[in-house]
Design a protein around this ligand. Structure first.
Ligand SMILES: Nc1ncnc2c1ncn2[C@@H]1O[C@H](COP(=O)(O)OP(=O)(O)O)[C@@H](O)[C@H]1O
Ligand code: SF4
Ligand SMILES: [Mg+2]
Length: 348
């Protein structure tokens, strides 16, 4: 276990709304080891962003977070991020200094009022060195390493003066400025056109090799997953429904939702980019969610009377491959559904 960096156990993020309790994240568990890349994939609305925001303690103030997010620093004792004061010093140290995050919209990382040079230099001074000159030098070096031409000139530009791709690069430089152990990337290339997206993905792969950090990569795009990660968690309606390595996911998908996602990837050679939403139906809003498997209303192989009654647990169904679906007898066994099925039918 000593190479584990982040251990997420039964993380739940519930939002008490007027309409009811919204279970945005509903008991997810996974671990990230040092240097490992993990992907979290699922359609829009599945709870990916809320999950990583909860890990960073950036979820809305009214959210109820439970479970454990154990962060193992390089030095010092492990810390349960869920137990920290969301506005306290320790989480601020972790955020940016040890776990960094990049988003789809770089303007959430930058203030429009200051130059990117000042902002990156400030981040370095908060987390790495007080020395202004040295921080300035590190910032220029980083801008060069993320592929920005004339980095010293770029230092004096404001975020809005940069193109979308360059802003994304600047945000990556900002995130890497503190040499984080873990980089959380929440759809960082979704808003970019295909060519720039490919460049930024390649850049992130190179930087990962160079910095040796772990990456938690969030996307709705399985094409990005195939290029970027070693292990994948497929999320649906607040839960992880499949977890395995990237090859097994594409060649031996176990969960009907994953299979539907894979089928919705545009075929190579076809010009049109179909969206994942081409799976029949849409992700329901997880308020007052009915019992049973969340995918039941959209599943073509659902078993009525079983799938709509008891939520299938995530269980190992093949070596290093877990799925939450009653198609696999191991899952039914783990859920004890044979016992449950016996209830209420007069046989007991
Ligand atoms: N601030 C919020 N208030 C109410 N509901 C929210 C809020 N943020 C997210 N949600 C809901 O939580 C669920 C998960 O959202 P999100 O984590 O953003 O999904 P994803 O990142 O997978 O697209 C969705 O049903 C979304 O509508
Ligand atoms: S548990 Fe049932 S409804 Fe859910 S994915 Fe499997 S077969 Fe479909
Ligand atoms: Mg999101």
């Amino acid at each position: 276990m000593d190479d584990v960096l982040l251990d997420v156990q039964d993380l739940k993020t519930y939002l008490p709304l007027e309409e009811g309790l919204l279970k945005a994240v509903d008991g997810i568990s996974f671990t990230i080891r040092r240097g490992e890349t993990i992907g979290l994939v699922g359609e829009s609305g599945c709870g990916k962003s809320m999950a990583v925001r909860s890990i960073m303690r950036l979820a809305p103030n009214f959210a109820n977070i439970s479970g454990r997010v154990i962060y193992h620093p390089q030095e010092g004792d492990p810390v349960d991020i869920v137990q920290l004061d969301a506005h306290g010093e320790r989480i601020r140290d972790i955020r940016g200094g040890e776990i960094a995050m990049i988003f789809q919209e770089p303007m959430t990382s930058f203030s429009p009022l200051h130059t990117i040079g000042n902002q990156i230099t400030e981040a370095i001074r908060v987390h790495r060195t007080q020395d202004r000159k040295q921080a300035h030098k590190i910032a220029i070096d980083l801008l060069g390493r993320v592929g920005m031409s004339n980095p010293s000139q770029r230092m004096s530009e404001h975020p809005h003066q940069l193109s979308g791709g360059m802003r994304q690069r600047a945000m990556i430089a900002m995130a890497l400025s503190c040499e984080p152990s873990l980089l959380i990337a929440d759809e960082p290339t979704t808003a970019l056109d295909v060519t720039v997206q490919a460049q930024v993905l390649q850049l992130m792969r190179d930087l990962q090799d160079e910095f040796g950090m772990s990456i938690l990569y969030i996307t709705h795009d399985l094409g990005v997953i195939a290029r970027m990660v070693q292990h994948v968690a497929v999320m649906y309606l607040g839960k992880i429904v499949e977890f395995t390595d990237v090859d097994s996911l594409f060649y031996q998908a176990k969960h009907p939702y994953t299979s539907a996602l894979i089928k919705s990837i545009p075929k190579i050679g076809k010009k049109s980019r179909r969206r994942l939403e081409s799976i029949q139906g849409a992700v329901p809003v997880p308020i007052n969610r009915p019992p049973g498997c969340g995918f039941f209303p959209r599943c073509s192989v659902a078993i009525p009377g079983l799938c709509d009654r008891v939520d299938p647990p995530l269980v190992q169904v093949a070596p290093r491959h877990a799925a939450a679906c009653y198609v696999y007898p191991e899952v039914a066994e783990a859920a004890n559904v044979s016992e449950l099925e016996g209830q209420g039918d007069g046989t007991r």
